[in-house]
Design a binder for this molecule. Structure first.
Ligand SMILES: [Zn+2]
Length: 302
């Protein structure tokens, strides 16, 4: 009815759920520890998700009268640091630049065999994170998701992101020579924040060193602003939007952060109108969100 696929992966119900710091599977391997990463220390680590939603081992399921396809693809885990308590807002700019390099390398490698690759981070128990250790994931899809295709087609028709960068004005939170952080004029979540390189590139794999460093700087500073807004770590969903196959020449990459706290102690929920119609209702005007984000500190907490 929506022209979209739904992926089912029953095996994921058994995944590790909120382990204590002492039994964290993403901490460096210790003597007798449970760590999945066999190093005493590391900067960024990438490995296959033990509980994948898409797997190249997926087999076809035959349901008479219903269109199905095997849920083939790849799911990887990206660990941002060996420090259990770190986060994108506490890591150094060099480490964040390295993370952008890692995202780019994986998008390029997984993109060889899959038409769309999505790096993302879910942060905060409020939105269902099951491991506290700072990490994200990368999904390589067997198809181009409908929402991604619409966005790519819109960009193929007009340089949407470039226009936003030129005309953002009061929606800009912070600008650097090679990148900009802003609230999109069509923000669906309160304090939604996007970071984009000024030059149109299809993904982090084609950023120059200088562009990568400016993107990294704005990424860390944007997360710290979101944390500073209500004096508590902001639960959010971060996605690195890269060109799906066939749209490399017109797609402008962005890092999109969708925060889930609209006010101190209050979360944004997707309720009747959002779920029933797909229309988002927002309580915070984009220009007000940008002004409030500009007003809070982007410095590392003391
Ligand atoms: Zn850990």
């Amino acid at each position: 009815m929506r022209g979209e696929w739904v992926s089912y992966a029953g095996a994921r119900q058994g995944r590790t759920f909120l382990p204590s710091a002492a039994t964290c599977p993403l901490c460096p391997a210790r003597e007798g520890g449970l760590g999945e990463i066999p190093f005493e220390q590391f900067e960024v680590a990438v490995f296959e998700n033990r509980f994948p939603a898409f797997s190249d081992a997926a087999t076809p399921v035959d349901l008479p009268g219903i269109e199905t396809a095997p849920s083939q693809g790849r799911c990887e885990v990206v660990v941002f640091s060996d420090d259990h308590r770190a986060g994108l807002g506490s890591l150094s700019e060099d480490r964040l630049a390295l993370l952008l390099e890692v995202w780019g390398a994986r998008v390029e490698a997984l993109g060889q065999d899959h038409p769309y690759v999505l790096p993302f981070e879910n942060r905060g128990e409020e939105i269902g994170v099951t491991l506290h250790h700072p990490h994200g994931q990368i999904y390589a899809f067997p198809f181009i998701p409908a929402q991604t295709r619409r966005a790519a087609e819109a960009q193929a028709e007009a340089p949407v992101i470039e226009r936003l960068l030129h005309g953002a004005g009061q929606l800009v939170v912070e600008e650097r020579e090679h990148a900009s952080a802003f609230v999109p004029p069509f923000a669906m979540y309160p304090f939604e924040s996007w970071i984009a390189p000024r030059r149109r590139v299809p993904g982090p794999q084609t950023l120059s060193d200088a562009e990568r460093l400016d993107m990294a700087r704005l990424l860390g500073r944007t997360v710290r602003r979101l944390d500073a807004l209500f004096g508590a770590p902001m639960p959010y969903i971060l996605t690195v939007q890269c060109a799906p196959r066939g749209f490399e020449a017109t797609f402008h990459m962005t890092i999109d952060i969708r925060p889930f706290r609209r006010d101190a102690g209050k979360l944004k929920y997707l309720a009747g109108v959002e779920q029933g119609s797909g229309v988002f209702l927002a309580d915070v005007l984009p220009e007000d969100a940008a002004a409030r984000l500009r007003a809070v500190s982007a410095d590392y907490p003391a």
